[in-house]
Design a protein around this ligand. Structure first.
Ligand code: CA
Ligand code: CA
Length: 630
């Protein structure tokens, strides 16, 4: 940030103050989302690793930082360990919790509930919903939100089946240091199963709504901070069933069924039975909506548009079973093969994004594009093209922003334009879509990988708060996450959060009394500065399973992609048209053939666009010729 309207000189100095790189800034100008006047410094040409570098411009200098090619190899474990730490119904203990400060007795070890007596829905039964992951800073279990979170963790594994390597962490058995390590099953599937099991228990057992899933299960009233789960004093109730929850259950159970088929066919079969019965119940009860208003003791997760959930569930059931009834449904859906770059359903009103807990169509499209199924080749190709088009949108949006965040301000409340609750999770989910665009592009177009890495750069500190929104990482990481057990700031006898937790981040709504009491008013403060690292700020600094799931996904992905993805832009190997590592006469031959046939699969597109103008044409051919003659 600098108020100067002309470029200013900058230097990158090492820990001894020696100049490593220098240059002039590029003036970006006034940036609405941050309220800053922004200059860009590009020091991606620096390939020197080390600690204690600083950027200096005039009298201004950055925090000291490291330049490293290994950023994600530990984060991918920490981000996944979040789910173990937040398990309900089981003692959290060494060696799995890594340090004794994070050990605790089992929370809600017998979590048996009846429908909430204060709601109009009544049922003469109780459900044993012991287990699963706590949703967020509170002790609720929500089927809508549990759904997308569990799907994301399982999808991370499913992607590795086709594009990655399931023999390494966090996929293989014995890689995550969890109680199920060594049981012969992939550890990431074990972790996701811990929540699948509780989702399966949420079905209405009898009566007119038999087969529907309860929307959520949580405390009667909100508890205070610094409360361990086993000391939760509140009564807990099942909240009324909803169509959205039922379809979340159908989708996730269908996905779990195909992933467990090779490991535990009895469990796979149970999952499929539940998935199909949930689908039938949703079809019979297609418009039972959870209320949009927040009741006491739990988040609302209200959603009055569920055709996206129907489409998602149909996709998962079709991929798993191949049955024509699901194929017919999804092909007739207005969401068929869709990957949004703007969200309009649930609580979202035109936000930049691909999916969230209330907008689930994109999840179905990913499964159709990723997992072999009986759709035609042209339809699969269209799904992939739609994913790439959304990624292109995110890259363009990021490039237009001062701090490179792939998100635009949007209507987020009554007359309030800015960033939504959990804005960081929109960025993290978009990074997944950019990663898939990279997987799905014929010649691994690096702009998609750079887009995903740039989204992480924003989360890790390239933002106006100079804050790493992931605990334990970066130069100025978040310290005081909103969580009832990791509540050190509220009560020093409680621990801080372990490393690898992603907070929701800037939220223009500024709903919590703490930020309001600090004089921060919605609509006045720039969107990206609506963030406070304080445990009381539940509207900007909470953590939750559906935000950590994309963090786990993308950190493992970027680690898999290697050092290139760790440190800014990847430089194309211009001229290596055939991608064999050398620039020689064979590249001329390949280029000439391409100009005749226009068959893009015969060349490396990134390396062939030598003048980087987005076209591969005779000008690039002439430049290649010149390179070789020189
Ligand atoms: Ca295992
Ligand atoms: Ca929806």
């Amino acid at each position: 940030m600098s108020s100067s309207t002309s470029p200013v000189a900058w230097e990158l100095v090492d820990s001894s103050g020696r100049r490593v790189e220098s240059g002039q800034t590029t003036v970006m100008g006034y940036d609405q989302a941050s309220g800053d006047h922004v200059h860009i410094i590009d020091f991606s040409s620096c390939k020197t690793e080390g600690r204690g570098f600083k950027l200096v411009s005039g009298s201004v200098e950055s925090l000291p930082f490291n330049i490293d090619t290994d950023i994600y190899s530990k984060m991918k474990y920490d981000a996944m360990k979040y789910f173990y730490h937040n398990r309900s119904g089981i003692e959290i203990k060494l060696p799995y919790c890594e340090e004794s400060q994070w050990a605790r007795p089992a929370g809600h070890p017998r979590d048996v509930m009846s429908p909430d007596p204060n709601k109009s829905y009544q049922g003469n039964y109780t459900l044993d919903v012991t287990g699963g992951w706590y949703d967020a800073g509170d002790h609720g279990k929500y089927v809508v939100n549990g759904g997308i979170s569990t799907w994301t963790v399982m999808n991370q594994y499913e992607r590795a089946l086709y594009y990655g390597d399931t023999s390494v962490a966090p996929f293989a058995d014995n890689t995550l240091n969890i109680p199920e390590s060594g049981n012969g099953y992939p550890d990431i599937l074990d972790e996701s199963r811990y929540n699948v099991e509780v989702l399966l228990k949420m079905q209405v057992p009898s009566g007119a709504l038999k087969g529907m899933a309860h929307h959520k299960a949580h405390d009667e009233r909100w508890t205070a901070l610094a409360v361990m789960p086993h000391e939760d004093p509140m009564d807990r109730y099942l909240q009324p069933p909803s169509t959205a929850a039922t379809l979340n259950l159908a989708a996730v159970a269908a996905q779990a069924s195909r992933l467990w088929e090779d490991y535990d066919s009895a469990f796979a079969s149970k999952c499929l039975t539940v998935a199909e019965s949930a689908w039938d119940a949703a079809v019979a009860n297609p418009n039972i909506y959870a209320p949009m208003e927040q009741g006491p003791g739990g988040g609302a997760y209200g959603d009055d548009y569920v055709l996206d959930e129907f489409y998602w569930a149909a996709c998962e059931l079709f991929v798993t079973t191949g049955a024509s009834k699901y194929e017919n449904y999804l092909k007739s859906s207005s969401h068929y093969l869709e990957m949004p770059s703007k969200l309009v359903g649930g609580e979202a009103l035109g936000l930049t994004g691909c999916f969230d807990w209330g907008n689930t169509a994109g999840l179905g499209t990913i499964s159709l594009a990723l997992v072999p199924n009986n759709l035609g080749a042209s339809e699969i190709a269209q799904a992939k093209a739609n994913i790439k088009a959304a990624a292109d949108d995110f890259i363009a949006i990021g490039n237009a922003q001062g701090y490179g965040a792939p998100i635009e301000e949007a209507l987020v409340g009554d007359n309030l334009v800015g960033y939504p609750w959990g804005s960081n999770s929109f960025v993290a989910n978009e990074a997944i879509v950019m990663a898939y665009a990279y997987d799905f592009s014929d010649q691994k177009d690096v702009k998609y990988l750079n887009g995903a890495a740039s989204a992480m750069d924003y989360l890790m500190g390239r933002n106006p708060n100079v804050k790493c929104y992931i605990s334990g990482y970066g130069e100025n990481p978040v310290q005081n996450t909103h969580h009832r057990f990791w509540a050190y700031q509220a009560d020093n006898s409680f621990p801080k959060a372990p490393a690898g937790c992603l907070v929701g981040g800037p939220n223009s709504g500024l709903q919590d009394p703490w930020v309001r009491g600090s004089g921060w008013l919605p609509g006045v403060r720039p969107a990206q500065k609506c963030y406070m690292d304080n445990i009381e700020s539940w509207s900007t600094n909470e953590i939750t399973i559906n935000w950590n799931a994309p963090l786990a996904w993308i950190s493992a992905y970027l680690d898999e992609q290697g050092p290139e993805a760790d440190g800014g832009d990847i430089i194309a190997d211009y001229g290596d048209v055939n991608g064999d590592g050398a620039i020689d006469a064979l590249d001329m031959v390949a280029f000439k053939r391409y100009l005749l046939t226009k068959d893009i699969t015969t060349i490396n597109a990134t390396n062939s666009d030598i003048n980087d103008d987005g076209q591969i044409d005779a000008i690039d051919y002439a430049l290649l010729k010149k390179m070789l003659l020189k």
